[in-house]
Design a protein around this ligand. Structure first.
Ligand SMILES: [Zn+2]
Length: 400
């Protein structure tokens, strides 16, 4: 499967400041059983598991049993859900964890998917108490991340906090996760089709930082998932192993680089725009990777259509970018031609039973159209979507 030496090599290349601060990563069947040994090795005396009702059932209770058997003092905190049945990473939930954490705790264990990890990493960072990651679904590439996206006063803000000191992904647990969570993880991975391309554009046109090896590792993780798409779609153990390792590798690359460019381009900007809209309307949130997968197909279509004729690109307010486009435009167009079509992207996601058009997510065509014209403001990062918006004469339209 993947070559961890590549991550070490990347670490050496980027030694200017970001060595991987994670002691141990394993993706294995029955990984939960290996956690007590790790805790004993670290000489932690009391651990606190953070979970919700579902993840307590999926892995939390078994882990408590293993810890008890090993005579490790542990507690589990089950986080409350909102009226939509979701745990929300907001002030209230975070405060609840602070208030209910005994001072004697010397390690947290996040047992869950993205949100549980975000809450734990934030509290862990503030209390300077390390945490172990126990993903209960292969749903996102942010498990190893340092950034905790929180909803503060109704708006989303990512705060730099802690990365886990170890990751134990139990394949048996991942295999029993709801299918839509695995499909979301695949969607987050498929997003690399356009994010890697956008990173190239941000480098060649925007003059932003770039690293060939980081791009290659992310590309390899994506290719592994595509090559094993049937096993992932059938929820086979090996398929989940490939998907989880791909997500972890993508996360590690971001951790080493200390930015998310290889894994987050215009498809993520659309997804964030939609998420903010749902937040403002206090509507039920959607899985991150489900939105990213749908957005990736839209961006692939848009780029293939818009960048067909290079003359369309006149960046009058950006003379530098204009010059660079003259030099690199043909190479970028070639790369755009070679990314998979929206039909192929949709076909992959459908194999895992994930949504492929906004309607399946309950999102309106109007919102998608608005995001195509405005989402590029969300990040100060050069993407194909930003180039299109800077050069367009009229609003981009969206209809399916
Ligand atoms: Zn993502």
């Amino acid at each position: 499967m993947f070559n961890n030496d590549l991550i070490s090599k990347l670490q050496e290349e980027c030694l200017s400041g970001h060595p991987i601060p994670i002691d141990h990563i394993e993706v294995k069947r029955d990984s939960l059983r290996h956690i007590p040994g790790f805790i004993k090795e670290k000489e932690y005396n009391k651990v606190m598991l953070i979970a919700d009702t579902n993840t307590k059932k999926a892995a939390g209770q078994s882990l408590i049993d293993f810890l008890n058997k090993a005579d490790i003092d542990s507690e589990i905190m089950v986080l409350p859900e909102d009226r939509h049945g979701h745990v929300i990473a907001n002030e209230e939930t975070v405060m609840q964890v602070f208030v209910n954490t005994p001072a004697s705790i010397d390690c947290f264990i996040a047992v869950g998917a993205g949100t549980i990890h975000d809450i734990t990493r934030f509290v862990s960072g503030k209390m300077k108490v390390p945490f172990i990651s126990v993903p209960t679904a292969a749903s996102v590439d942010g498990f190893t991340s340092k950034g905790a996206p929180l909803i503060l006063k109704g708006a989303k803000r990512t705060i730099q906090a802690s990365n886990p000191i170890a990751v134990f992904a139990d394949l048996k647990v991942l295999q029993e996760a709801p299918r839509e969570m695995t499909a979301a993880g695949l969607g987050d991975m498929i997003g690399k089709v356009t994010s890697i391309l956008d990173w190239r554009i941000s480098y060649l046109i925007g003059g932003e930082p770039y690293n060939e090896l980081a791009s290659d590792i992310t590309k390899q993780a994506l290719m592994e998932c595509i090559n094993h798409i049937d096993q992932i779609g059938r929820n086979e153990e090996y398929g989940l192993d490939v998907l989880m390792e791909g997500l972890i590798h993508s996360g590690l690359v971001m951790l080493v680089l200390d930015h998310s460019r290889p894994a987050s381009g215009a498809e993520h900007h659309l997804s964030h725009y939609w998420e903010m809209d749902l937040l403002q309307k206090d509507e039920k949130q959607l899985l991150h990777g489900a939105k990213v997968g749908v957005a990736t197909a839209i961006i692939s279509d848009l780029y293939k259509e818009y960048f067909k004729i290079s003359d369309l690109l006149r960046l009058s307010d950006h003379p530098d970018w204009n010059e660079r486009w003259k030099e690199h435009g043909p190479a970028i167009q070639q790369e755009i031609n070679s990314i998979p079509s929206s039909d192929r992207i949709k076909g992959w996601i459908q194999k895992a039973g994930g949504p492929v058009v906004p309607k399946e997510l309950g999102l309106s065509d109007e919102l998608v159209q608005e995001s195509l014209n405005k989402a590029y403001h969300l990040r100060d990062r050069c993407t194909g979507l930003k180039l299109i918006n800077y050069s367009r004469k009229q609003d981009l339209t969206y209809c399916i």
